[in-house]
Design a protein around this ligand. Structure first.
Ligand code: ATP
Length: 407
């Protein structure tokens, strides 16, 4: 009997524990549900905030789009006091009315004007010099490079002096003899052989402004603006005369028509090329502007671009031979500290197929090896390591294969 009563009490105790546990978990669940609802509410709030922010941005954009703006056009012809024929980008020509201020102002063909987008009224003349694209061109008043900083290109220097430097320095000799001055030269050869260096040096020795433009930039960076940029370059050369226009990678613009693989960009490249021909024909050599073009691909250039009268001399700038390599080494070694017994002749022999740029890279690499080994002078072995790293890692092999096929 006693044991029965004990069991009953025990079972009741268990029951109350279970009941207690049940109520605790029920409360816990309720609490969690409330927390979940709070979180859900907060999430909705943040998504509403995000949506509100987006809406604000859209409204701002709509406001800006609705706002009045201006097109930039180029004057083709002034028809009368209040009408002008203008060209707006690639959209074509438009006859627009003049605003009150513009009626009194003279506009010459080629001037840039602002035209209101809502009523097509020309309201302001813009200065051509403020064109932001033009400021991206690289201009050096007189470059610092000299002929002394060029190795192994003595023959090319003589030719460039004849065609560029002498006519700029002594125009009267050409005038007395009645000989037309050459307008420009084409430098062709593998990459890194010193074509840009030559152009800079001749600009330095003839005291010319050096204007550098890359053909690939003309067709890639200034899409739709290539021909205008060509015009602007020549205009700038005129205002900064005496000047040298150096057009690098000219093959990007001047490939012969059959060689163009991309038909979409074709017309744009053609337009740029035609403008280039136009400008080359348009300026007189006596204006103290010389054009220097450089390419790694003489084979693809349009013959029209490089015919005499436009480009009067074609100068080959090949990879240097062993003497040339020695001369280039001597130039670049001047800036670094080498061990007294260094064998430059042997190093130049080991540099077969290397371009000037490769040789410069080998010198830098040899210096790095010496630094790594905590030495203050560079040894023969450092140069050997530099050669292994630069020449036999495909850099020069590529350029020498290139030169084998093309030059
Ligand atoms: P790319 O065809 O790729 O434009 P490039 O022929 O114009 O090349 P540069 O830009 O003139 O070559 O040369 C690159 C660098 O290599 C130069 O700054 C110069 O340090 C070095 N270099 C090239 N050729 C010579 C050289 N003949 N004498 C001295 N240094 C040279």
């Amino acid at each position: 009997m006693e044991t029965e009563i004990k069991e009953k009490i025990n079972s009741e105790k268990n029951c109350s524990i279970i009941l207690r546990k049940y109520f605790i978990s029920k409360n816990f669940l309720k609490k969690k549900k409330i927390e979940k609802n709070i979180l859900k509410f907060q999430k909705n709030l943040t998504s509403i905030e995000i949506l509100n922010e987006q809406l604000k941005n859209f409204l701002q954009e709509i406001f800006l789009l609705k706002k009045e703006f201006s097109f930039i056009g180029e004057v083709v012809q002034r028809i009368n006091k209040d009408k002008i024929l203008v060209k707006i980008n690639q959209d074509g020509k438009f006859l627009v009315n003049c605003g009150k201020k513009m009626e009194r102002i003279q506009t010459s063909p080629g001037a840039r004007i602002a035209i209101r987008s809502n009523n097509y009224i020309a309201h302001r003349i813009l200065s051509s010099k403020t064109d932001p694209l033009v400021s991206l061109m690289k201009i050096e008043n007189v470059p610092l490079s000299t002929y002394d900083s060029i190795g192994g290109l003595d023959f090319q220097i003589i030719q460039i002096k004849e065609v560029i430097e002498f006519p700029i320095k002594f125009p009267e000799i050409f005038e007395t003899l009645g000989v037309t001055q050459p307008k420009g030269v084409l430098l062709y050869g593998p990459p890194g052989t010193g074509k840009t260096l030559l152009a800079r040096a001749v600009a330095h020795h003839s005291g010319c402004t050096f204007i550098r433009m890359s053909g690939s930039e003309l067709v890639q960076k200034y899409i739709g603006e290539g021909s205008r940029m060509v015009r602007e370059i020549f205009l700038m050369a005129k205002t900064h005369a005496p000047s040298i226009i150096f057009m690098d990678e000219v093959d990007s613009v001047g490939s012969s028509r059959g060689n163009s693989e991309d038909s979409n960009g074709d017309s744009e490249v053609q337009r740029t090329m035609l403008e280039l021909l136009n400008q080359l024909d348009g300026f007189e050599a006596q204006q103290n502007i010389k054009v220097m073009m450089a390419t790694n691909r003489l084979d693809v250039l349009d013959p029209a671009l490089i015919r005499p009268g436009r480009i009067d001399r074609k100068i080959r700038v090949p990879n240097p031979n062993v003497e040339g390599r020695l001369a280039i080494l001597k130039i670049h070694i001047k800036k670094i500290k080498v061990e007294p017994g260094i064998d430059l002749w042997k190093i130049s022999k080991n540099l077969q197929g290397a371009s000037g740029a490769d040789i410069k890279a080998v010198c830098t690499e040899a210096g790095m090896v010496a630094i790594k080994n905590l030495r203050t002078t560079i040894s023969n072995e450092d140069f050997n390591q530099g050669i292994r790293k630069v020449i036999y890692k495909g850099i020069s092999i590529q350029s020498s294969i290139h030169s084998l096929f093309l030059y």
